[in-house]
Design a protein around this ligand. Structure first.
Ligand code: NA7
Length: 542
């Protein structure tokens, strides 16, 4: 028997940074809300990614909510770059402190969200047979929530222990004395390799595209420093909101060729020693001037050559053929050093490609490598994966999958023409992966709140952007993307990591402050970019 339909103001999909923030904010507005989350609890990507060495690559003090001064004061980060258990503890702290969990259905996946044009509401169905009807649907599904199918034949026949970084078991896994393989050398693979290399009997690292990684130089945070940060959070947050990457990391206005080769070398050496994201702050034109970029890439290749003792392995680890920072720069604690251990072996899949997974391990062109444990760190169907994983059907039966058949297409990354009252936080045509995800989430949640309030005050039942506004936004996104080197590497940013996915950089690359300006302008010019419908037939939530 079908379950009863629950009528709401807002359905929020996801209990990551965006979803929790939305739940808190819209509850404060007095709206009737329900959250739906596929994971067993809060945390989003940090709920799933429990692999050894999982750690954020932004400073913890920056990677936290700013909407509650109380939480800022009550929560204390222990490390400059927090590890996954601490990040998950933070999520739990926020959820408990604000009593957010009671709004959520966990271990529940949205299967479809369908717009009912007549009744002006969304019908959201789940894999547990529930049906929710809501005026607004918020897709806080995140840019990295659908792991990529590794697309290697034979996976099902493997008889050893198969682990996926993005679906890591909740119990500890021992690698002691085992033959372990890791496929993938992005941020995730790098973090796993440097940890598992300490334990495994033999570790085989299957590398297709080498990544550039720089020293994280993580440190414990001194109590005095934490106290200082707590006193100055408001200013730090404001600075973050006004910086292109939405964070408080270093930035520079200096052009690479404006200083002498000796000065450049000194600046890069200092940044390497300082660690973290310092390298990104050395010069302003690293992502716009290919020659400047190549100099910095060569500097890092030089460091790899200094660290890795075996010259063949060092050469194989050196990334070539794409600009540094065009793939997300990784931060490590001992990645390159790991390859100096006798138990760690690099398998260069460019010269020796993986052909299949066998019962016993991995067969490359050169032969079979037997493994007790095989770890997939093969990345995500980024930016669009989660929206396309469920059936989202807008006005006139049009699906998001049809609308996005040539790539993500929306207004401000927040809304889509033809999909009234549906909002995305950290959507694929905003700054998403290029700025601090929490600053973007908070911004988006506030922007949506203002629009919902405007509609309530003016008796409006539904809203969507005009096709013209959406086209203008996407023209801007494309024009800006042509000025950056970000599109010059095969990454999840451009959809190149997923078979048959439309290629192209659809992220807004103009920086977070500009993005905020565009979003503010969209509501301040009398909502000219939107089409509204009156509320006559709106059914109130009960
Ligand atoms: P990434 O950065 O997309 O890295 C995935 C890695 O997996 C990358 O090295 C891929 O090589 C490799 N890969 C994927 N499929 C295969 C197959 N079939 N064979 C061999 N190697 C493969 O994902 P991460 O999870 O590491 O990081 C995602 C984000 O999380 C990161 O950007 C940060 O924001 C945090 P390829 O490049 O395709 O040659």
């Amino acid at each position: 028997m079908p379950s009863a339909v629950t009528r709401l103001d807002v359905v929020i999909v996801g209990a990551g940074f965006g979803g929790l923030c939305a739940t808190h904010r819209y509850r404060e507005m007095g709206l009737k809300i329900v959250g739906i989350e596929a994971g067993g609890d809060v945390g989003g990507v940090w709920y799933w990614n429990r692999y050894p060495g999982a750690r954020v690559d932004l400073p913890s003090i920056d990677y936290s909510y700013s909407f509650s001064p109380e939480i800022e004061q009550e929560w204390t980060w222990s490390e400059q770059f927090a590890a996954q258990p601490e990040l998950l503890a933070y999520f739990n702290f926020v959820a408990d402190r604000l009593d957010l969990r009671r709004h959520y259905h966990f271990s529940t996946r949205v299967t479809s969200a369908v717009w009912d044009e007549e009744r002006k509401l969304w019908t959201v169905r789940t894999d547990r047979g529930q049906t929710f009807e809501a005026t607004y649907c918020i897709m806080a599904t995140g840019p990295l929530s659908i792991p990529k199918d590794p697309d290697i034949p034979g996976i099902a026949r493997y008889k050893g222990q198969l682990l996926r970084a993005a679906k890591w078991p909740h119990h500890p896994v021992s690698f002691e004395g085992k033959r372990v393989g890791v496929i993938g050398t992005g941020s995730t693979g790098i973090q796993i390799v440097q940890e598992v290399g300490k334990q495994a009997g033999e570790l085989f690292v299957f590398q297709r595209t080498p990544s550039f990684t720089m020293p994280m130089r993580n440190q414990a945070l001194e109590p005095d420093y934490v106290a200082e940060v707590k006193r100055h959070y408001a200013g730090l947050r404001e600075a973050a909101r006004n910086s292109p990457n939405g964070g408080v990391r270093p930035a520079s206005t200096r052009a690479f060729f404006s200083v002498t080769p000796a000065q450049r070398r000194e600046l890069l050496d200092d940044a390497w020693k300082q660690g973290g994201l310092a390298m990104l702050g050395t010069f302003a034109d690293l992502l716009s001037n290919p020659e400047a970029n190549e100099h910095v890439a060569e500097f890092v290749r030089g460091k790899i050559g200094e660290i890795v003792k075996d010259p063949v392995t060092a050469e194989q680890l050196k990334p070539r053929g794409y600009p540094i920072f065009a793939r997300r720069p990784c931060l490590d604690s001992s990645y390159y050093e790991t390859f100096n251990q006798p138990n760690v072996h690099l398998v260069d899949c460019l010269t020796d490609p993986i052909e299949e997974i066998t019962e016993k391990g991995v067969r490359t062109r050169a032969g079979e490598i037997e493994l007790d444990v095989l770890i997939f760190a093969t990345g995500y169907d980024g930016l669009t994966g989660a929206m396309l994983a469920c059936e989202v059907v807008g006005r006139g039966g049009r699906r998001v999958s049809e609308k996005w058949k040539n790539g993500a297409y929306s207004y401000l990354g927040l809304m889509m023409e033809g999909f009234p009252n549906l909002f995305m936080t950290t959507g694929p045509n905003g700054p998403a992966a290029l700025a601090n995800i929490i600053r973007i989430s908070e911004h988006d949640v506030d922007w949506i709140a203002a629009l919902m309030t405007h509609m309530d005050q003016h008796g409006l039942a539904c809203v969507e952007p005009t096709g013209e506004a959406e086209d203008r936004w996407m023209e801007l996104v494309v024009a800006l993307s042509q000025r950056t080197l970000l599109s010059k590497a095969k990454t999840w940013y451009v959809g190149a990591n997923v078979k048959d996915k439309p290629l192209g950089l659809t992220l807004f690359t103009g920086g977070f402050p500009k993005y905020r300006e565009y979003c503010a302008a969209a509501t301040q010019d009398n909502y000219r970019s939107f089409a509204f419908a009156q509320t006559a037939d709106r059914v109130a939530a009960t």
